[in-house]
Design a protein. Structure first.
Lengths: 673, 254, 322
């Protein structure tokens, strides 16, 4: 039998095995396992979705948030696409060897410009891969911790080998004149071929074929490695981006119900679209890098969450097939696959979802698991107290509803009761601004500023309840519905045109989750948006320009969730302050750590509070006077952090409203303008 | 084991309490009524016994505004039976009267163990538990912070001052006044309570007429004067801290 | 029925409980009005010695092995017989783990009305008014006692226990009834865990209540206690959560302390806790609720969020210490 015949037979066999393994695993992972998942969709807005393929897959948009790794991956990705035909070429070359030892793909196989592109990309890919190897083996950044580093290194070496073997093959074929394109179109291969030019023809043919087998073998082995590992994203990334959730990030999906059971306690109770996310995780660790919980020393890593759930999904898939489990089926999702401590550590800041290049959702599965824990009553004592108080009194402080508007007492004339009198703005104050003794002054100041700016506003007084944003994110869906019902009842009875709120959490849920029937959803503004509008309209008079050097912290629920970054900055700059940005700003802002109900939970073993890390970040910008916030919880968190980091002399925390008040000459003692 | 838990509502002390126009009773118009904390512990203790040694738990209460939610919450915690005693419970519904009402209702139910909170903060003529026990001719143990069954006997852990506890072996049937359940009362999600409202049902039994003898009439009810009130320290945080330091020094702590 | 005032003496592990002396002091006031005698009722076994400290006119000592330590069934049986026969004007019992267990049963069996939570009496000749403190200490209720036998459960705070201590009471030993078929048996006492501290001996206490919010914040109290040379204690909610050991509990079910300085941080001042601190010299309360009952008991009060005050306070204490 001739070599070429053997080549065909071996290629055929190898493809059978490799494709077989690949196909079987894909069937098992993407069909059988996903079918056990819950329904997903409907998937609409296809225009937007397809546009996403261009922006996020083709242009690799989110990858560039880490500039050089992004660049490297851009080339690897485009290299893969550009060189994909060479793989087809290799396979067909092998299969058809018995009839045509020098097979080339029709037309594209001899298309010069494509060959050039492929040649150049082979180099780019090898450079990018080398960069990748340096990152993994030398630099080894924190975000790789927990990822399968060896797998990553091996695959990088695979890719390098595939490229190198291709260049050797094409180079030698150039030397031997058996290439389908002329020399000019493969400059790099020619260079590589030059290394072998001195050898005799027979030798070169042997090396050519050796390179071919290495090339084919590594490709086929790589193919079998893909399913179920960090490189499965090669297959699942485009579908993942195409089918990504287009709902507003501030809208949590409804709670899954299974009879009387609510929330997720088994991996099969996730929606199949969520399961696709688990498979798509590339273990890049960008989410982990940004996670405030992880960086404070708590055992939550969004990356590991995905990896563990993927592994559990896979092992359960095999176990359910075998109908015997070796204990695999007894493994509990909550506590064995992911610990309760990790589930509760999440602040729902959304940095992970924001960062992920493939739109993997980390927050939603965590909330789904919290929903289950809440239904089971597995809630720690402190959180239980807060939820009981919220249920009984409508606020987490455990104080009577009648005390909610106590902060208004010193204000003359009395603030409008929106339940009785129409007002243009209904000011939804929020729990912390109403009940926390530390914040009463700021709330009163806000009222004065609004008055001075001739804003017609009213309050719900003691009909207001906690808006429920964090109640929902803690997993107490029923309590959220109860609070929303009560708030909506009060809102429906009131006469107003727009809703104003000082609390980003309330803002988020009112804007994105409350079901306003009848007249539809009113305009909801955060106070910085209103101030911005008033300044632009010339309705706010600043009697003096403040010369402070300040930095602004973007609240998670205002910034990442609702995209409001510029309005607060314009307001700050209008007061005459010099705004210096912290390195982590806008959608990279570091959460203060209070969200997701964390402010109602015990801290746990924290090495460095996110709020403390943030203050240090601000203080490192020399000459800083003020740390500005636009959320009441942030005021509390950061003032504490300034004390615990010992920076009282270096920086002071202020709410943006305090700056505005100062610039308007308003203080709590006088009546202002 | 058949367990009956007696639950009652008491005024929430978070609100200010007002006296009514007669000057002898609380003004009920502003009162928020919540479950007596000790009764909540009694329900939890009963459910724990059910989980640990299998028991049938009935929760019983008199009909009043807000009691349904309490009963359904107990159902959400796996209580088996909910009973509401209907009748006129206005004036004269003191502990003696209520104990008699409960005794009449319980007579035919043949429970092994009756649990109720050790006291309610409104009690002026004693707690319901001991009175109920006397009427049913059962023994009573109060200030119970744990109940376990062992070899057909029931052991109650009774609290004494100073952190001392005593183990009492009790012959059933008996009544116990619960001070604290062995585990703090569990959290029940709102949706679970709402679900219980759909799946569980509250049986209504008519209550016997009230007989308040044994209790006495209040001649005057009032809020204690602020006489003997603390000297309040005011000022900025720094100023307050300074004054406190002085006091610490006076007391010899610095 | 006679005009005597009977006091049911409580004792545990050979020691008379302080409430008994408080009740004897009250009984003296009542007896002066009613014209009767103060009769202490002591049940026990080989406990006659305990009669020697009681300021009563007469001690009725009932001895029986089953009465050695308190059990509700035995005590109720004996007291129902003894008090039922004597029909005193007033019988005082402690509002305690002992007295409360039997008072209700006595009320039913003797067909005698009862009053709970009585802190003080107002005596005007033969007319007796009880003053009870209920609703977490927020409400006072006055009741005119009838001429017939009434049971009154007492809480501390209205009378000085020292006034109930005395000597020379004559001791009588009434016959012991049959005590068969008792349904409650004390099998053992469980001492509290070997306490690292004995709160009763500590002169300086920094106590935390619900207002401390979580276990982590107790560190702040510990820091303050360390600086002041004191010890951390807590009220019931804190101990129930497991944030402090039971050895640190101050109050009805815990220790009664007589500290020189008692700092109450975030403690509302429920009667069950206050019961344990009234013997302290200087009580300073810090609470964000201006109507917290603790301010009625404390010598000095600060109405502020304790977390606003604690850091400047710690700073200044550190400076003061040098």
């Amino acid at each position: 039998m001739s070599y070429d015949t053997i080549k065909s037979i071996v290629t055929f066999g190898a493809i059978l095995v490799s494709f077989g393994i690949f196909g079987w695993r894909c069937y098992q992972f993407l069909w059988v396992n996903l079918r056990r998942g819950q329904p997903s969709g409907p998937f609409k807005q296809w225009g937007e979705r397809i546009k996403g393929l261009f922006v996020f897959v083709a242009a690799q948009y989110r990858l560039f948030r880490f500039r050089y790794p992004g660049l490297a991956h851009f080339f690897i990705f485009w290299g893969f696409l550009t060189l994909s035909l060479t793989i087809l070429q290799a396979i067909l070359e092998g299969l058809l060897a018995f009839t045509n030892p020098h097979f080339f793909l029709p037309w594209v196989g001899s298309f010069g410009p494509l060959a050039l592109l492929q040649d150049l990309f082979a180099v780019f890919v090898m450079i990018a891969v080398s960069y990748g190897l340096v990152m993994r083996l030398v630099v080894n950044p924190e975000r790789y911790k927990g990822s399968h580093k060896n797998q990553g290194v091996i695959v990088l070496l695979f890719i390098f080998t595939i490229m190198l073997s291709l260049l050797v093959m094409n180079g030698i074929r150039q030397n031997l004149g058996t290439d389908a394109v002329t020399a000019g179109w493969r400059p790099v291969s020619r260079l590589v071929g030059g290394l072998f030019a001195g050898m005799n023809e027979r030798m070169q043919e042997v090396i050519d074929q050796a390179a071919y087998w290495v090339h084919l073998a590594v490709v086929l082995i790589f193919l079998t490695e893909l399913p179920g590992g960090k490189h499965y994203h090669v297959v699942t990334s485009a579908p993942a981006v195409l089918l990504r959730d287009l709902n507003h990030p501030g809208t949590l999906p409804p709670a899954p119900e299974f009879g009387s059971d609510v929330g997720v306690s088994k991996v099969e109770q996730f929606r199949w679209r969520q399961m696709l996310d688990f498979y798509t995780c590339t273990e890049c660790g960008r989410c982990q890098d940004k996670c405030p919980a992880y960086n404070s020393g708590l055992p939550l890593s969004p990356k590991l969450l995905m990896m563990n759930m993927r592994d559990n999904l896979i092992e359960r898939g095999w176990a359910l097939r075998a109908k015997e489990s070796d204990g695999v089926l007894d493994k509990r999702l909550i506590e064995d696959v992911i610990t309760e401590q990790a589930i509760w550590a999440c602040t729902t800041c959304f940095a992970c979802d924001q960062e992920c290049p493939l739109f993997i959702e980390h927050v939603a599965p965590i909330v789904d698991m919290r929903r289950h824990l809440v239904i089971e009553g597995q809630v720690e004592a402190e959180l239980q107290d807060a939820l009981s108080n919220l249920g009984r009194y409508g606020n987490s402080f455990g104080q009577s509803e009648r005390m909610r508007a106590r902060w208004t007492q010193p204000i003359e004339p009395k603030i409008k009761d929106a339940r009785r009198e129409p007002a243009e703005y209904l000011w939804f104050v929020g729990d912390y601004a109403s009940y926390s003794p530390t914040l009463t002054g700021t709330t009163q100041l806000t009222a004065k500023v609004l008055r001075a700016a001739d804003v017609d506003f009213g309050l719900l007084y003691d009909s207001e309840r906690n808006a429920g944003n964090d109640v929902r994110r803690v997993g107490e869906e029923g309590l959220f519905e109860m609070l929303a019902e009560k708030n909506l009842m009060a809102l429906t009875k009131s006469k107003y045109e727009r809703i104003l709120t000082t609390d980003p959490h309330s803002y988020n849920t009112l804007k994105n989750e409350y079901q306003f029937n009848g007249d539809g959803r009113p305009t909801i503004l955060h106070y910085t948006e209103l101030l911005d509008q008033l300044i632009t309209a010339g309705k706010l008079e600043f009697t003096k320009q403040l010369n402070y050097t300040v930095t602004y912290h973007d609240p998670c629920y205002l910034g990442r969730y609702n995209g409001i970054y510029d309005a607060p900055r314009r307001v700050i700059q209008a007061t005459g302050c010099k705004l210096v940005e912290m390195p982590r700003n806008r959608d990279c802002a570091l959460c203060c750590g209070a969200g997701g109900g964390r402010i109602w939970m015990s801290e746990g073993d924290i090495k460095e509070r996110p709020s403390e890390a943030r203050i240090r970040e601000a203080v490192a910008l020399k000459g800083m006077d003020h740390f500005l916030v636009a959320c009441p919880k942030d005021v509390t968190m950061y003032r504490d952090a300034v004390k615990t980091t010992g920076h009282e002399a270096d920086i002071a925390v202020k709410d943006v409203i305090e700056l505005v008040a100062e610039a308007m000459g308003i203080s709590l003692d006088n009546t202002g303008a | 084991m058949n367990i009956i838990v007696i639950a009652s509502l008491v005024p929430d002390l978070v609100e200010e309490l007002e006296i009514d126009s007669s000057g002898t009773a609380l003004d009920t118009s502003w009162l928020r009524m919540i479950i007596n904390e000790f009764d909540d512990h009694a329900i939890e203790q009963a459910v724990l016994l059910k989980e640990r040694s299998g028991a049938n738990v009935t929760v019983m209460a008199i009909d009043q505004e807000g009691i349904d939610e309490v009963l359904f919450t107990a159902a959400a915690k796996e209580a088996d039976r909910l009973i509401k005693l209907t009748g006129d419970f206005g004036e004269g519904a003191n502990s003696h009267a209520l104990a008699r009402v409960f005794a009449a209702a319980i007579k035919d139910l043949a429970p092994d163990l009756i649990l109720t909170g050790v006291q309610a903060h409104t009690n002026l003529d004693g707690a319901i538990g001991p009175l109920l026990a006397a009427l049913l001719e059962m023994p009573f143990v109060g200030y119970v912070a744990g109940v376990k069954t062992a070899d057909g006997k029931v052991i109650a852990r009774k609290e004494y001052p100073g952190g001392l506890t005593g183990e009492m072996e009790v012959t059933l049937p008996a009544v116990m006044g619960v001070q604290a359940s062995e585990e703090p009362p569990r959290y029940v999600a709102v949706s679970k309570v709402r679900q219980a409202m759909k799946t569980a049902s509250i049986e209504e039994l008519p209550a016997a007429a009230l007989d308040p003898s044994g209790g006495l009439n209040v001649s005057r009810m009032y809020r204690p004067e602020a006489a003997g009130r603390a000297t309040m320290i005011e000022g900025s945080e720094e100023e307050i801290a300074e004054k406190l330091i002085e006091l610490f020094k006076e007391a010899g702590a610095l | 029925m006679n005009q005597d005032i009977y006091v049911v003496i409580e004792h545990v592990q050979g020691k008379v409980a302080e409430i008994s002396y408080t009740m004897l002091a009250a009984a003296r006031e009542l007896a002066q009005g009613s014209g009767g005698q103060v009769v202490a009722v002591l049940l026990g076994q080989k406990a006659q010695k305990l009669a020697e400290t009681l300021a009563a006119d007469k001690v009725l000592y009932v001895e029986h092995p089953a009465l050695e330590e308190f059990t509700p069934d035995a005590y109720l049986t004996v007291l129902a017989g003894l008090l039922g026969e004597a029909q005193p004007r007033v019988a005082l019992l402690g509002s305690t783990t002992i007295g409360s267990d039997v008072a209700g049963g006595l009320s039913e069996r003797m067909n005698a009305p009862m009053v709970s939570q009585c802190q003080k009496f107002q005596v005007d000749g033969g007319a007796i008014k009880s003053v009870s403190k209920i609703c977490g200490g927020k409400i006072m209720a006055e009741i005119d006692l009838p001429e017939t036998t009434t049971l009154v459960c007492m809480i501390p705070g209205g009378y000085a226990p020292e006034d109930g201590q005395g000597q020379g009471a004559s001791v009588e030993t009434p016959a012991v009834p049959e005590l068969e078929g008792l349904r409650v048996k004390l099998t053992s006492y469980i001492e509290p865990e070997a306490a690292d501290v004995d709160l009763e001996k500590e002169p300086i206490l920094v106590a935390v209540g619900r207002g401390i919010q979580n276990e982590d914040n107790i560190e702040l109290a510990q820091e303050l206690a360390d600086l002041l040379g004191g010890v951390v204690a807590g009220s019931r909610p804190v101990v129930d959560q497991g944030w402090l050991a039971t050895s640190r509990l101050v109050g009805k079910s815990g220790k009664s302390v007589k500290a020189k300085l008692y700092l109450a941080l975030g403690i509302s001042g429920a009667p069950e806790h206050v019961e344990g601190i009234t013997g302290s010299e200087t009580i300073i309360a810090i609470n964000s609720d201006p109507s917290a009952p603790i301010f009625d008991v404390a010598k000095y009060g600060v109405n502020i969020d304790l977390f606003d005050l604690i850091d400047p306070l710690l700073e200044q204490v550190k400076t003061a210490k040098g």
